[in-house]
Design a protein around this ligand. Structure first.
Ligand SMILES: Cc1ncc(COP(=O)(O)O)c(C=O)c1O
Length: 427
């Protein structure tokens, strides 16, 4: 199958199709009662012999997606291979895959280049009234805060709630809401600590007050399932390059149909057309804005972004073929193993350890946080790529990681702190 429509497919000669890539085990679940198998690992590859435990920063492209990228690159080298239909079919396929991912119809998907894209669409397109209020957390990841600041131009106040608990609890939100609050924008999973917000609880509070709950789901979606049919928040926005294993500068958003109907597009794109309507470059007469575009009126320009969207679609197709639930089971088994191995090691858990509170992000600190830089270096020297964030060690395994790798990382961590076992327990 080709990921890009080529005029002369038999001449494509682009990417070599490695049999390992195509034939890598594709099962509905790679998690057995004994724990996750290495089943997904063969579908990814390279890593230069290192262990990548940093999906919260960047997810790697699966092999199939890398092949698709090579094919897109080959087509760009020889543009006669790129058909006119590819400009329509590529975005359509991506919308379908993203719709399946979150349980929404394809036509409700907004294609973006980041999590910020969908948030700025809302911030610029919602029908604000003077004095409206947006609530965010002051210490939230900045991508969830910055887009709203432009709404201040419309007389909106962006109230940044001072630090409290790692995530906004429904009880606190209930107290913080004011009659002017129109939007609450939070992260589903906190990047720096891995805490998962109680979305059902926040949704309930917001629904009661007729306030829009907007979620940045970047650090959860792909490692955890999210279905907008079951939890119809006002909108979600997501980066594509972390847990969804796409290239950098990919992302998408979904806005609930009744919310999008109230919005005004702040952009117009010549290639944005409803399905089945063909671009007519030879038409005569004046151009007029279209009002029948639905969600695609908010797409990022360049919707056929071949080099990025074709590999991302291939990556999503691979993830969906495995099943997000199965991937979540695998990731959770890795996280459970890591937490179990680090218990009693002297490290302090910054991330929650309870199965119902965590995503696939484990954050720890050495007893003396001043040692974390050296611990991080030790991991790096041992070929393990984690992250040092806000002075703590963040490990974020995903489907391509194995139990062996987790054991290796835990062993390096255990050897990196000389502090006697402090008996730190789960939180
Ligand atoms: C929670 C969260 N949102 C968004 C991003 C990235 O934002 P964007 O896709 O807008 O560049 C990151 C990390 O880079 C993140 O951790």
């Amino acid at each position: 199958m080709h990921y890009i429509y080529v005029r002369d497919a038999h001449h494509s000669g682009g990417a070599a199709r490695s049999p390992e890539g195509r034939g890598s085990p594709v099962k509905s679940s790679n998690t057995t009662a004994a724990g996750p198998s290495a089943g997904y690992a063969g579908a990814f590859g390279g890593f230069d012999g290192r262990i990548w435990l940093n999906a919260a920063h960047q997810g790697p492209l699966p092999r199939l997606a890398a092949e698709a990228a090579e094919e897109a690159l080959a087509a760009k080298r020889a543009p006669h291979r790129i058909s006119d239909e590819a400009f329509v079919d590529g975005p359509r396929r991506l919308r379908e895959l993203l719709g399946r991912l979150i349980g929404a119809p394809a036509e409700e998907i907004i294609l973006g280049n980041s999590a910020s894209w969908g948030l700025q669409v809302l911030a610029n397109g919602l029908p604000w009234r003077q004095g409206d209020e947006v609530l965010v957390l002051a210490d939230e990841f900045p991508a969830t805060v910055f887009p709203w600041l432009v709404s201040e131009r419309h007389g909106v106040t962006v109230r940044q709630l001072g630090p409290g608990e790692p995530v906004l609890r429904p009880e606190r939100l209930d107290q913080e809401l004011s009659p002017r609050t129109r939007v609450v924008a939070v992260n589903w999973v906190r990047s720096l600590t891995g805490h998962v917000a109680d979305i059902a609880g926040l949704h309930e509070v917001c629904a009661r007050a007729a306030v829009h709950l907007v979620l940045n789901v970047t650090q959860g979606l792909g490692a955890l399932p999210f279905d907008v049919g079951r939890l119809p928040v006002a909108a979600i926005s997501c980066s594509g390059f972390k847990w969804l294993c796409g290239p950098y500068a990919t992302g998408f958003a979904w806005i609930r149909p009744d919310v999008i109907q109230t919005m005004h597009p702040v952009q117009a794109y010549w290639l944005a057309l409803p399905d089945g309507v063909e671009l007519d470059l030879g038409r005569e007469g004046e151009h007029r804005l279209r009002h029948d575009l639905g969600a695609r009126a908010y797409d990022v320009f360049g919707t056929a972004n071949f080099l990025n969207f074709i590999p991302w679609a291939a990556a999503l197709e691979y993830l969906l073929a495995q099943g997000i639930e199965a991937i979540a089971c695998h990731d959770q088994a890795l996280v459970e193993q890591l937490i179990g191995l680090l218990e009693d090691s002297g490290y302090r858990f910054i991330s929650p350890t309870g199965a119902d509170q965590r995503a696939a992000i484990v954050v720890v600190s050495a007893p003396d946080p001043g040692d974390n830089q050296a611990v991080y270096q030790r991991l790096t020297d041992a070929g393990i790529d984690a992250a040092l964030r806000a002075g703590n060690i963040r490990l974020s395994p995903h489907l391509y990681n194995t139990i062996d790798q987790i054991q290796h990382a835990a062993a390096i961590l255990a050897g990196a702190t000389t502090t006697p076992h402090a008996g730190t327990r789960r939180t």
